[in-house]
Design a protein around this ligand. Structure first.
Ligand SMILES: Cc1cc2nc3c(=O)[nH]c(=O)nc-3n(C[C@H](O)[C@H](O)[C@H](O)COP(=O)(O)OP(=O)(O)OC[C@H]3O[C@@H](n4cnc5c(N)ncnc54)[C@H](O)[C@@H]3O)c2cc1C
Length: 391
């Protein structure tokens, strides 16, 4: 858990521009190796830390960048274009930070955010559990609180980049006698954090997220439990921010695929001047879909920012249905767009050894529908729609 010398990020607009520069200069050259070796994108994270960008969403008064979600989203699109694994790691970190900022109001958690800003800590998350699968709104493990100290043990089938994280936010039942849905979320950090690895991460895509399984054991001050019930945290912050930032990463993948397809078609046009390349019309079509994707992410960000300080609006059924729709649409569009671009570039995209290869884009994009399964999300929306009134 290294200590980093950081330059605070304070200028508005700076965050997205710096993330984009790191994407081009650091993440892009390492992306193939990160993917092939299934290794943590350490150089990209080091570069982000050196510029204070892991605290971008922390308020300025706590030592952070005070950036908007919009800026972080734009930075993630840029990073997703170059290395989707790096972008997903950074997205997952910022989702946890957003939860701490809104729902960690006690002194211990405020101090932790100051410390995070100073040392540029990286946060991981353990919501998924053996036995509940992707149903993150129920837990089997439970907190035990005695004399102001908590203890928890969780069988976590996936904790991305846990070995490189400085702390893990963990969901659990409030107490041993609580129902599965009465959950809290607790900040677990060394020296009270023990992670016993179970298995390996050898996946089709997002290989650099290193999403291995662990048995997590943690103890600590009971003040490390976030102040609101997990149900509120999930509805108001974790779910919408996750869907917005994941969608930004997937938009980055789709954007790079469209860029490559455009370059391919332009190359064809140069080779045979005066003729319209066969794939030019398909490129025009996929560009329409890509623009819809861009607009959808942007309008969803605007909707979130408009509701940001209105707890009732964030908790409303209509808002939840909309944020779930964003996730399902974005995770579907990214695969559709990459597949179309593969048809445009043909063998040059199918092969793994050309500048137009889309192998990694396709493999990464497939994971989007599984990161909380789209079937599960649609089932939640189906439930909510039974009681939704015009809002
Ligand atoms: C790259 C990546 C990184 C991840 N990182 C983390 C992390 O850091 N921390 C973490 O906690 N988790 C993480 N996850 C886990 C993720 O968020 C999901 O919870 C997990 O992928 C779900 O696993 P599952 O598909 O086995 O389970 P399930 O969601 O249970 O799905 C299994 C099957 O059951 C079906 N199903 C089950 N219940 C329902 C239902 N009610 N309605 C409809 N269909 C249902 C699904 O359609 C699917 O076919 C990560 C996942 C990925 C892909």
């Amino acid at each position: 858990m290294a200590v980093h010398q950081v330059i605070p990020v304070t200028r508005a607009g700076h965050v997205a521009a710096r993330m984009a520069a790191i994407a081009d200069e650091v993440a892009a050259p390492a992306a193939a190796d990160v993917d092939e070796s299934g290794r943590f994108p350490s150089e990209t994270l080091a570069a982000l830390k050196a510029e204070g960008l892991l605290a971008a969403l922390v308020p300025v008064e706590l030592g952070g960048g005070g950036a908007s979600l919009d800026e972080v989203s734009a930075g993630l699109v840029a990073l997703g274009r170059r290395c989707a694994s790096s972008a997903m790691v950074v997205a997952m970190h910022h989702i946890q930070v957003a939860c701490l900022v809104r729902h960690g109001r006690n002194d211990l958690l405020r101090d932790y955010l100051r410390e995070l800003s100073h040392h540029q800590y990286l946060l991981a998350s353990a919501t998924t559990e053996v036995g509940t699968g992707g149903d993150v709104r129920s837990s089997i493990c439970a907190l035990e609180v005695v004399d102001g100290r908590f203890r928890v043990q969780k069988q976590a089938p996936v904790i991305s980049y846990a070995d490189d994280a400085d702390a893990v936010l963990v969901t659990a039942r409030r107490a041993a006698d609580s129902p599965e849905s009465d959950q809290v979320i607790v900040l677990c950090r060394p020296p009270g954090l023990e992670l016993e690895q179970v298995g390996e991460w050898n996946a089709l895509g997002f290989r650099g997220t290193c999403s291995t399984g662990f048995v997590l054991r943690a103890t600590g001050d009971a003040e490390a439990v976030l102040d609101d019930p997990y149900g509120d945290i999930s509805t108001r912050t974790m779910l919408p921010v996750a869907h917005l930032l994941w969608s930004s990463v997937w938009l980055g993948i789709a954007t790079d695929a469209v860029d490559l397809a455009r370059k391919f078609v332009q190359g064809e046009a140069r080779r045979k001047p005066g003729t319209l390349p066969a794939a030019a019309l398909r490129l025009a079509e996929v560009t329409v879909v890509h623009q819809q994707f861009v607009d959808m992410v942007q309008s969803s960000l605007s909707r979130y920012e408009a509701a940001d300080s209105d707890a009732d609006r964030l908790a409303s059924i209509g808002f939840g249905v909309g944020m779930n729709a964003l996730k399902v649409s974005a995770s579907t569009l990214v695969v559709d767009i990459v597949r179309e671009c593969m048809l445009i570039c043909g063998l040059a995209a199918y092969r793994l050894d050309t500048p137009f290869s889309l192998g990694r884009h396709l493999r990464d994009s497939i994971g989007a529908a599984l990161m909380v399964n789209n079937d599960r999300i649609m089932a939640n929306n189906a439930q909510m729609l039974l009681v939704l009134r015009g809002e």
